[in-house]
Design a protein around this ligand. Structure first.
Ligand SMILES: Cc1ncc(COP(=O)(O)O)c(C=O)c1O
Length: 392
């Protein structure tokens, strides 16, 4: 038999799914595991969004629809971008997708060839690096440092820009660190991209999940007409991870090409799910506000709790719902500590190294769990520390 394509050895999965499987293995044996691994809000999808989907299905709105997205959802997205980013893109600048993730895949397929360099933060959402390797692109991972609150620094981007650089991937608020780039840094990065003729993929999936700062998009500079692609979606803000709904806003010529990728790969995004998306954008935002109020309380609880564990120290995340404690003083690798927490304390989190080499020495806790569960987890981790000394 001939070999499978070599690119398949360059593409990788996600640590979150690996640790979920480990935790589920323990649960099958009867263990009680507290879950902090998956980046998924623990709230139900708001009722009015579900009702919009029920209505669409009952009206038999269940067939194929336009590959790039239905006109009324695109119109809702145009208004949403105007409200939240300050400019109204054309309908031809929008591509509706089944989740945000295909937006990363398609943008990179459309823009990046073997040998092109892609700059992106390290640690980061694992899909970026996986696709860089899959496409045989030059890996331009830029370390984000705890001293800079894990923010990507435009000065570091500037140093790394070469003639080969094709794309800069930004993600603010960021997974896994919860960092938020300042408006000045985002603007400076957009200006660098303009000067060097480089594209930006701005992954803004956590754009509605900020605790202190206001949201800013680097797309404000070119209104997503020349080089900036905004990636956003419904999974996190509206608790819709399983629905699979996201979108890209970008230069019309690139969007048109990616619509052809949609036709080849997926035909279209589920019709009734798109109707639910309209209800999410146009309906009440009350559930989102309540969810963020809960995340704010949980953030306080987990940051306080993690800082009480000997050998751990944790900054307060500025956005998203991830705590990223430094565990370097334990003297163990992040995988060793994550495994210990799972097998000795029954607490499942992710090793920072699952997000790139820059994540070594850290853990990621997705605090999509109640304050009670957070406190229980902290208590269990403390107990797993012998005599409450340094965790070893
Ligand atoms: C930074 C980032 N981008 C994209 C995604 C993918 O979102 P979706 O589930 O809508 O595909 C995630 C999900 O965890 C994420 O953290």
């Amino acid at each position: 038999m001939k070999a499978i394509a070599p690119g398949m050895d360059r593409i990788s999965g996600e640590g979150a799914f690996e640790y979920l499987a480990k935790a589920q293995g323990l649960e099958r044996e009867g263990a009680h595991v507290l879950h902090f691994e998956i980046g998924q809000p623990d709230f139900p999808t708001p009722l009015h969004i579900k009702e919009a989907a029920f209505k669409a299905i009952n009206e038999n709105y269940t067939g194929y629809v336009a590959a790039g997205g239905i006109a009324d959802l695109k119109a809702a997205i145009q208004e949403e971008i105007k409200r939240t980013r300050g400019f109204k893109p054309g309908a031809d600048q929008i591509l509706v997708l089944p989740g945000a993730k295909p937006g990363i895949f398609f943008s990179m397929l459309a823009l990046v060839e073997a040998g092109d360099e892609v700059l992106y933060p390290d640690p980061a959402f694992p899909t970026y690096g996986s696709l860089v390797k899959y496409l045989n692109a030059a890996d331009g991972a830029i370390p984000v440092k705890e001293e800079n609150e894990f923010r990507l620094d435009p000065a570091d981007i500037k140093k790394r820009l070469t003639a080969k650089t094709k794309l800069i991937i930004l993600n603010s608020p960021q997974n896994p660190t919860g960092s938020v780039m300042t408006k000045d840094a985002l603007l400076a990065t957009a200006e660098l991209a303009q000067k060097h003729g480089v594209y930006i993929l701005s992954d803004e999936i956590y754009s509605k999940m900020l605790y202190d700062a206001a949201f800013y998009s680097p797309a404000a500079l070119d209104e997503a007409k020349e080089r900036t692609l905004i990636l956003d979606g419904f999974s996190k803000s509206y608790s819709m991870t399983g629905w699979r709904l996201g979108y890209l806003v970008g230069p019309a010529a690139i969007i048109k090409k990616m619509e052809i990728l949609m036709i080849n790969a997926l035909s279209c995004t589920a019709s009734f799910v798109q109707k639910a998306g309209i209800a999410a954008l146009e309906g009440s935002q009350e559930d989102l506000h309540k969810m963020m109020a809960a995340f704010r309380e949980r953030r306080a609880a987990i940051v306080k709790g993690l800082n009480e564990i000997p050998g751990f120290s944790c900054l307060a995340p500025k956005g998203a719902f991830y705590a990223f404690p430094n565990i370097k003083k334990t003297g163990k690798t992040s995988r060793e500590v994550a495994d210990d927490l799972l097998y000795k304390a029954g607490v499942c989190c992710l090793p920072g190294s699952a997000f790139g080499p820059g994540g070594e020495g850290y853990l990621r806790f997705s605090y999509a769990a109640s304050v009670e569960t957070i406190n229980e987890a902290v208590g269990k981790i403390k107990k797993a520390c012998p005599k409450n000394k340094q965790y070893r």
